[in-house]
Design a binder for this molecule. Structure first.
Ligand code: HEC
Length: 231
C-alpha cells in the first residue's frame, strides 16, 4: 500500500460511501477525466464488471492533489495496482474521452508564459498591456474570505485549489490554465491586468464580467494575490 492509501485513510471521513462490503486491500487512484456527473457511475460499472473489486467511493473535490480520487477495494493479493489502473485507462467516459490514472507531478512540462515569469519575479512592474485600473477594494479579511469562496466555487476546477493550474476540469480544455500563484507577490500594478482578464477571459478562460459583480472580481484579485507557490 502506497502513500496515497495512507493519505486517504486520514481523509476517510470524506469518502462518499457507496456500499458496505468490506475487502481487505485498498488502492486509491487519482483520475483524470471525471468531468461529468455520469463519469463516476461509468467508471464504477467498468471496474466492478471487469474486475472482482468494489468501488468504495469517490472524492471529487478538495483532494490534496487537486485531482478527483477513486478508492477501490479488493481481496488481498487478488489483483495488482497495475491491473486496476489498466482498466481505468481503458474505460471511456460518457463524454467520449478515456479516463486516465494521473501520475507524477501536476501538468508536467508546461512552461510559464513570459508574463508569468515576469510576474513571478515582479515586485512592481505590470505586464505590457495591463489596463490602468485601480483596485477600489482593500484586501481586508472580509474581501479575502469572499474571494476565497468565489475561487473555490468558480475557479478551482480549472486553476486548482492551490492555484497551480491543475484543477480536475483541465482535462477537457486546450489552453493551460495558468498558475495563479505567480501573482502572489505582485504589486498593486498587477491588479488591473488580473481584473481585466477575469472580466474578459481569454481562449479557454471564461469571461466573468457578466457573471460576477465588479466587487466580486476585485475580491478575487485580492485573493489570487495571497496564493503561494506549492512547496
Ligand atoms: C474552464 C476553465 C477555467 C475556469 C473555470 C477559470 N479559468 Fe482562469 N484561465 C483558464 C485558462 C485556460 C487560462 C489561460 C488562458 C490563456 O492563456 O489563453 C486562464 C487564465 C486566467 C488568468 C490569467 C493568468 C495569467 O497568468 O495571465 C487569471 C487571473 C484567471 N484565469 C483567473 C480566474 C478566476 C478568478 C476564475 C474564477 C472566477 C477563473 N480563472 C476560472 C481557465 C479557467
Amino acid at each position: 500500500m502506497g502513500k496515497a492509501a495512507s493519505t486517504s485513510a486520514l481523509a476517510l471521513g470524506l469518502w462518499i460511501a457507496t456500499g458496505g462490503v468490506s475487502y481487505a486491500a485498498t488502492e486509491v487512484f487519482q483520475v483524470e477525466g471525471l468531468v461529468s456527473p455520469a463519469s463516476p457511475k461509468a467508471l464504477t460499472a467498468a471496474l466492478e464488471e471487469k474486475l472482482a473489486v468494489k468501488v468504495a467511493g469517490y472524492r471529487i473535490r478538495d483532494t490534496e492533489s487537486g485531482w478527483p480520487e477513486v478508492q477501490v477495494e479488493f481481496e488481498d493479493g487478488a489483483l495488482t495496482r497495475e491491473e486496476i489502473a489498466a482498466v481505468i485507462d481503458s474505460t471511456e467516459d460518457p463524454t467520449g474521452r478515456t479516463f486516465k490514472v494521473h501520475a507524477g507531478p501536476p501538468v508536467l512540462g508546461v512552461a510559464l508564459l513570459a508574463e508569468e515569469t515576469a510576474a513571478d519575479g515582479m515586485l512592481g512592474d505590470p505586464p505590457g498591456q495591463s489596463p490602468e485600473l485601480a483596485n477600489p477594494l482593500e484586501a481586508t479579511g472580509d474581501s479575502l474570505a469572499r474571494g476565497k469562496d468565489l475561487y473555490g466555487g468558480k475557479c478551482a476546477k480549472c486553476h486548482g485549489a492551490d492555484g497551480n493550474g491543475t484543477g480536475p476540469s483541465t482535462h477537457g480544455i486546450n489552453a493551460d490554465p495558468r498558475k495563479l500563484w505567480v501573482w502572489g507577490r505582485a504589486g498593486d500594478a498587477a491588479d488591473g491586468y488580473l481584473f481585466w482578464i477575469i472580466s474578459n477571459g481569454r481562449t479557454d478562460m471564461p469571461p466573468w464580467g457578466l457573471v460576477l459583480s465588479e466587487n466580486e472580481r476585485w475580491d478575487l484579485v485580492n485573493y489570487i494575490k495571497t496564493l503561494e507557490p506549492p512547496r
